[in-house]
Write a protein that binds this ligand. Structure first.
Ligand SMILES: Cc1cc2nc3c(=O)[nH]c(=O)nc-3n(C[C@H](O)[C@H](O)[C@H](O)COP(=O)(O)O)c2cc1C
Length: 263
């Protein structure tokens, strides 16, 4: 099993050490290969906001750097750990730059056969915001999020009790992550269905005015009226009905807006 750790800390500090402990715990369960990708060492420029990736496709991005390589590494792994300390109540700029550069995957999701584990450390606060944000992104990218783990690691003065608590959390995270590889993909929740239906309505209605998204969605078969979700998993019929209503509402609203704009 291959795990890629995408490390958003600019140093090999608390978050890196926590990932190393998860590696140790997982190694004790099975043969697992870990690779650490330190975003600080990657050649990753900031998004220029040109929209080329969204509209024409990621190959048209004017930044010629490691973004494509990182995406390839994610495809080559079975699971990805997205790891970031809390900086200013959310992910670090390194992690955010990485996410911005791969934003086209939010429109054209692709990691459905992969699991993700989310990891964050903080001096005191911001774990919930950081982990919820990472969960939203990883989920829309297509990952099945196995587990989220957040640790409090106060600078220079971690108590024995806190350390024990952190170790316990990391052991649980390793266990949950490892176990998720043995299981089939979970059925999507209502929020997942609403995201799928919202995208289906948007990319379906936008059509060739957003050609990269439309073509991708069409080729995947996601625009077919009967397609309920990105992947073939059981969908709760009530969620499906709510999703369908939501999709029709968005479509009507979009058609009205586009008619007003003369499109
Ligand atoms: C620039 C910066 C911003 C930070 N912002 C927060 C914050 O908003 N809330 C908090 O509780 N801790 C904050 N911290 C503390 C870090 O989250 C904490 O020390 C973390 O464990 C560092 O991870 P690392 O050792 O992997 O780099 C911040 C630290 C730095 C350097």
């Amino acid at each position: 099993m291959k795990i890629l750790v995408i490390m958003g800390s600019p140093r090999k500090g608390n978050t890196y050490q926590a990932a190393k402990k998860i590696e140790e715990f997982m190694q004790s369960m099975a043969k697992v290969e870990f690779e650490y990708l330190m975003l600080k060492d990657a050649n990753l420029s900031q998004c220029r906001g040109c929209f080329a990736c969204f509209l024409k496709g990621e190959n048209y991005c004017p930044c010629k750097d490691d973004a494509g390589l990182i995406e390839q590494k994610m495809h080559s792994a079975d699971g990805v750990i997205l790891a970031s300390p809390v900086y200013g109540m959310n992910v670090t700029a390194l992690m955010k730059t990485f996410i911005d550069r791969l934003c086209y995957i939010l429109h054209r999701p692709r990691f459905f056969d992969k699991k993700a584990l989310l990891l964050s450390t903080t001096g005191a606060v911001g774990l919930k915001e950081t982990l919820n944000y990472l969960k939203l992104i990883a989920g829309i990218w297509g990952f099945e999020v196995s587990h989220s783990v957040g640790l409090i690691t106060p600078p220079g003065m971690i108590s024995g009790k806190q350390e024990q608590e952190n170790n316990r959390k990391l052991e649980k995270a390793a266990f949950e992550f490892y176990n998720s590889f043995q299981k089939k993909r979970r059925s999507p929740g209502l929020k997942d269905i609403l995201i799928f239906r919202g995208q289906k309505a948007s990319f379906g209605e936008l059509g060739l005015s957003s050609p990269a998204d439309y073509t991708y969605w069409k080729e995947k078969g996601w625009l077919n009226p009967e397609t309920k979700y990105y992947v073939d998993v059981p969908v709760n019929p009530v969620y499906n009905a709510i999703g369908w209503i939501s999709e029709q509402t968005i479509r009507r609203k979009m058609r009205k807006e586009m008619a007003e704009l003369g499109k």
